[in-house]
Design a protein. Structure first.
Length: 457
């Protein structure tokens, strides 16, 4: 419901729940641990307001509210938030950060490139990179070594991104892409949470690294675009797909600037989220050896000793359920944010125009009202018969509606092929005394890594 349909004399509004404490106290709590903050907020009601420094934050804790924001009244909920404004400084007007007509145009241009057949052409590169990592793991397993799989998955997904996006290996200049991405992502939470506007321009050491890294990343991507244009080479990668993509309505293609923004967006948004998803999945498998054994048995039966292929994925239903369950418990995108363009009413709660609205996937994915034994790692809860009656937006790891992540199929294929390849090579258990701790930054990472003891199969 938009403001055009609202009559203040007829709307009966409910009072939202409220977080206690001063603005500074609430801001400090939010920055220190967003997950715990959202969990405490949930106890105050289904619609809760917090004062985060200079802004007011609304938190929505029911699936129908999520559906309203992402689907039913999505036009009223833009990405004009401080977080997305901070991201635009780094990645420009890419698909993740743009809005309105520009977003619609870019989505039309990019959408065909993310169809199943287009993504399937990238499967071989995904597997090749995963085989390289599996060989490293075999060597470590033979020595009885432990590895930080959080670090390894970052390296793996960066390799995959560089090969599938640009057809280049992670060496030389591309190494700088990984370092630059890490520095940029490390500053985002600071920029999003700082109580004054435009914190990215403050003269801090972190901001100096941020701007230097952004300069490096833009230069590397622009060089690869220019080299490809000059060569005229046609490859099965995202760069060639975007260079050849046109708007089906206008016949326009992407400008060099827009192409750069899209590629940087995909690189930054893609490799870290998938890396964290894989790392947490491996952690859950190590903590649940019966699930690990069952998954490896499925991989052995379907794939055997050869490298997996995209054609194998429909025959790995348990692997698919394992990934879905891992994304439920540890969603890399643990909260989504929007801004109301006009006044709106959700279940009797009047949300004013300009409000900062958050959709806490972390909390809804673990809500006992929506899930049986919500903290249990149970891949079979994703069997069709057990999903009957489940509310659609009880689970939204890739957002939803028109703004659902365009790379969800890519990330899913990448994750399943990597899991199948790595689990062929080794088995593992959690390293004693090194339990991972969640690190909710721009995505859901881990403090101190995720350590596993590797053993040969």
């Amino acid at each position: 419901m938009s403001s055009a349909a609202l009559d203040p004399n007829e709307v009966q509004t409910k009072e939202p729940g409220r977080m206690l404490g001063s603005r500074f106290t609430q801001l400090r709590s939010w920055v220190a641990d967003p997950l715990a903050f959202m969990e405490r907020a949930r106890k105050q009601g289904d619609v809760v307001v917090a004062d985060i420094g200079s802004q007011q934050m609304w938190m929505l804790f029911k699936p129908e509210y999520i559906e309203h924001v992402l689907l039913k009244n999505a036009k009223n909920y833009s990405k004009n938030t401080r977080g997305y404004r901070a991201m635009r400084v780094a990645v420009g007007q890419g698909l993740v950060t743009s809005d309105g007509d520009l977003w619609k145009r870019q989505r039309r241009i990019a959408n065909p490139d993310f169809h199943r057949k287009s993504i399937a052409k990238m499967a071989d590169a995904m597997v090749d990179c995963s085989v390289e990592m599996s060989e490293e793991w075999r060597a470590s397993a033979a020595q009885g070594e432990s590895r930080d799989v959080g670090h390894d998955m970052m390296a793996l997904t960066l390799r995959i991104s560089c090969r599938t996006f640009f057809s280049v290996d992670v060496s030389g200049g591309v190494d700088r892409i990984g370092d630059a991405s890490t520095d940029i992502l490390g500053q985002f939470l600071f920029h999003m949470s700082f109580p004054v506007s435009k914190p990215e321009y403050l003269p801090t050491p972190g901001n100096y690294r941020y701007w230097q890294s952004l300069k490096v990343l833009r230069a590397e991507v622009q060089k690869m675009v220019a080299d490809r244009r000059a060569s005229g080479a046609q490859k099965h990668d995202l760069l060639s797909m975007f260079l050849g993509a046109v708007d089906e309505e206008t016949g326009e293609s992407m400008s060099d600037e827009q192409l750069r923004d899209e590629l940087i967006t995909m690189l930054i948004a893609g490799h870290e989220t998938t890396a964290n998803a894989l790392a947490w999945c491996l952690h859950l498998l190590a903590e649940n050896p019966e699930v690990l054994t069952r998954l490896q048995a499925e991989i052995d039966e379907v794939v055997g000793d050869r490298p997996p292929t995209a054609a194998d994925l429909p025959n790995l239903p348990f692997a698919d359920r394992v990934l879905s369950e891992s994304l439920r418990l540890f969603p890399p995108a643990y909260v989504f944010a929007r801004c109301t363009e006009e006044d709106d009413v959700i279940d009797g709660h009047l949300i004013p125009a300009g409000s900062f609205v958050t959709l806490p996937a972390w909390v809804l994915h673990r809500d006992p009202r929506l899930w049986d034994s919500p903290l249990q790692f149970d891949p079979d809860r994703w069997l069709p018969e057990r999903g009957e009656g489940r509310e659609k937006f009880a689970y939204f790891p890739f957002s939803g509606g028109a703004r659902k992540c365009i790379g969800d199929r890519f990330a899913k294929m990448e994750s399943l092929l990597a899991l199948a390849t790595l689990l062929q090579a080794v088995t593992f258990t959690s390293t004693a005394g090194r339990s991972p701790v969640t690190n909710p930054s721009i995505t859901l990472g881990s403090k101190g890594g995720i350590w596993l003891d590797l053993s040969p199969r």
